[in-house]
Design a binder for this molecule. Structure first.
Ligand SMILES: [Zn+2]
Length: 472
């Protein structure tokens, strides 16, 4: 049996597949050419999505940046470098929903120091830092309230594509990001997540035509000023799979470095490979299966392995010619979340890695196990994933899984209910609880050197069992 250090050496030599043969399978003598790595291996999230401490009393999205968060971020960058990721895209580096009017005192000195430390730590590890940037929306709530003429009157969150003052404000925001003092390496743009301007002039444009207007305008502006930058784009709220919208989607692709389809509808049309071949940029997804990190919850409240689902989705995407992924942050304070994250991330840098092998490596790294114990633990985590997903109707590539509601209308500043369990029938939940108790008993039989990770995992299972009991 191969140990972890050997596996890393083989992996570093690009021979990770040999590890599979050592776990019992016969190596293929005439294996097909292995696909090259994804080009844009981008982790993404709101600043605190990876935090080891929850923010139970804050409205989402909380972007408080304290020493503990910086420590978590550096640990995360270490893991990204280990797994061969090359970009980290953070939302909320400066503000969450409100760029200030007038545009001054955007952040204080303490936050600027945190940002510098984060960017320096990334660069020291060979990673680029991208800023998530709202385009004509996300961040302009105060601008729309205070500046006449920026809005078409149809939304309190979206500016008008044809407003000159709106473009001036958008440029202020882009200029601010491009200031050399921050050391940023690029942006990922979102224009559609909060809808679009519905004024009479904007309404004449189809959704993709409307967003192409905004995105190509902003990408060209940034490219002119920072030709060295990575420019990404994530299509939250915008479909890119519709044949009648292909032309504006191609225009967007000619202006950016990568484009991410949030719901993988193009895959279901069977034409994803064809669509990708016609684009001018790298195309990608969010990794198929991802959890919205629950801002308010204690980090050991849930047990929901889902790395195999991500790895399988990413393998399919790569076979279709995909080369980009905005892969969600996860809080590594929950060891199962770290395993899931590592499982998908391994496929981004080595797409030929089988999902089960990626899971084995991830479990070995997080729990310090090898040999038969690793076989048992990887099997247990795979069964834990199947236990949940076989009882719910979730389809990979159809958006995120909410553990608690992202924005809980009843009280945005309080932990929300476990909606991921509410989607099961009461009978299915009881059956799921029975299986989780079995998994916990098996976990306790495995010889796991990292006792803290083992104990924390048992606590995660208990957390889910408690939530099931409360729903009964
Ligand atoms: Zn308008």
């Amino acid at each position: 049996m191969i140990d972890r250090r050997e596996m890393l050496k083989l992996s570093a030599a690009g021979l990770g597949s040999l590890a599979v043969s050592c776990s019992g399978r016969v190596p293929e003598t005439s294996a097909p050419a292995r696909p090259g790595p994804f080009k844009y291996r981008v982790s993404v999230g709101w600043l605190r999505d990876l935090a080891s401490e929850p923010a139970p009393n804050d409205k989402w999205p909380c972007i408080r940046w304290d020493d503990k968060l910086l420590e978590d971020q550096v640990r995360y960058l270490d893991t990204e470098a280990e797994l061969g990721m090359n970009c980290n895209c953070a939302w909320g580096l400066f503000r969450s929903t409100d760029w200030p009017v007038p545009f001054e005192k955007v952040i204080d000195e303490a936050r600027a120091e945190k940002l510098k430390a984060f960017v320096d730590a990334a660069h020291a590890r060979g990673l680029k830092i991208l800023a998530g940037v709202g385009i004509y929306s996300w961040g302009f709530d105060e601008v729309i309230r205070k500046v006449p003429g920026v809005s078409g009157g149809s939304s309190r969150q979206v500016m008008c594509a044809f407003s000159e003052p709106a473009w001036e404000w958008q440029q202020k925001v882009l200029d601010f990001h491009m200031e050399p003092r921050w050391g940023l390496d690029g942006i990922s743009m979102q224009s559609a997540d909060q809808g679009r301007c519905e004024c009479p002039r904007c309404s004449r444009l189809s959704p993709a035509r409307y967003h192409a207007l905004l995105l190509t305008r902003c990408a060209a502006y940034v490219r002119r000023n920072r030709p060295d930058w990575v420019i990404g784009q994530a299509s939250w709220g915008l479909r890119v799979d519709l044949p009648e919208e292909l032309e504006p989607v191609r225009e967007i692709s000619a202006a950016v470095d990568y484009m991410v389809e949030v719901r993988e509808l193009s895959a279901e049309t069977g034409r994803r490979a064809e669509i990708i071949a016609g684009l001018g940029c790298a195309f990608g997804s969010l990794g198929g299966v991802f959890l919205e990190p629950p801002q308010h919850w204690e980090r050991l409240r849930w047990f929901l392995p889902c790395g195999l689902g991500s790895a399988r989705s990413l393998s399919r995407l790569r076979r279709d010619g995909g080369l980009a992924c905005e892969y969600f942050y996860r809080p590594f304070g929950n060891p199962v979340e770290e395993v899931s994250w590592r499982t998908g991330a391994a496929v981004l840098s080595e797409p030929g890695t089988g999902p089960e092998e990626a899971l084995r490596r991830a479990a070995g790294a997080v729990y310090g196990v090898s040999g038969e114990s690793l076989d048992s633990l990887a099997g247990l985590l795979a069964r834990g994933e199947e236990a949940y997903f076989s009882r719910v109707g979730f389809r990979p590539g159809h958006g995120s899984i909410s553990l608690e509601p992202l924005i809980w209308k009843e009280n945005p500043a309080a932990p929300g209910p476990p909606v991921y369990l509410e989607v099961m029938t009461a009978g299915a939940r009881q059956d799921y609880a029975r299986e989780l108790r079995e998994l916990k008993a098996r976990l306790e039989e495995i010889d796991i050197p990292d006792r803290r990770a083992a104990v924390d995992t048992a606590r995660c299972i208990d957390g889910t069992l408690r939530d099931i009991a409360a729903l009964a």
